[in-house]
Write a protein that binds this ligand. Structure first.
Ligand code: ROI
Length: 163
């Protein structure tokens, strides 16, 4: 079976966000035919979307998996459910959000899944951790991660520090 390199974005702003992200790293590594290869540090970020919600903890990890895109999407949604994710409102708070950012060099546009992630170029909280683990990474149709970062105001994202 072919092995795929996939970048996953993680975000949480409820129910102990840093624990939620650490739990999700472990859950990803426990998926069948899947291994977590590299994790970024955790970042604290101001919410994009409604401002009346807690700050987020964000991170990115690189996995290697034999799962195909929709199988992986199902697996990520199952992890979200197992960590108690419930929909509160659009662009609102959540226990854990797991997004497929990049899947090899694939460009996917289907009903359930768009890759590269459609908002990737606008999300400082995704691009900073992505560049940390893969400086110079090329994002299909969008270019180099570092060039995308240089076009954003990145002052809303900081390395997360335990308080
Ligand atoms: N904002 C931040 N800072 N981090 C996120 O992970 C995040 N996720 C989202 C919305 C609500 C759009 N905003 C976010 O889905």
């Amino acid at each position: 079976m072919a092995t795929h390199s996939v970048y996953i974005g993680l975000g949480s702003n409820l129910a102990g966000p840093e624990e939620q992200v650490q739990l999700a790293f472990k859950a990803l590594d426990a998926l069948p035919k899947t291994a977590v290869i590299q994790c970024s540090q955790l970042y604290a970020s101001k919410p994009q979307g409604p401002q009346d919600q807690p700050d987020f903890v964000n991170a990115v990890c690189l996995i290697e998996t034999e799962l195909e895109p929709l199988m992986l999407l199902d697996a990520l949604q199952a992890i979200e459910q197992s960590q108690g994710r419930v929909k509160i409102r659009r662009w609102g708070e959540r226990n854990i959000d797991l997004d497929i950012l990049l899947f090899d060099e694939a460009v996917i546009s289907s009903e359930r899944l768009t890759v590269p992630h459609p908002q990737i170029a606008h999300r400082d909280f995704v691009l900073l951790p992505l560049a940390e683990i893969s400086a110079g990474l090329l994002i299909p149709n969008l270019g180099c991660v570092d060039d995308l970062i240089s076009q954003l105001d990145t002052t809303y994202v900081k390395p997360w520090q335990a308080t």
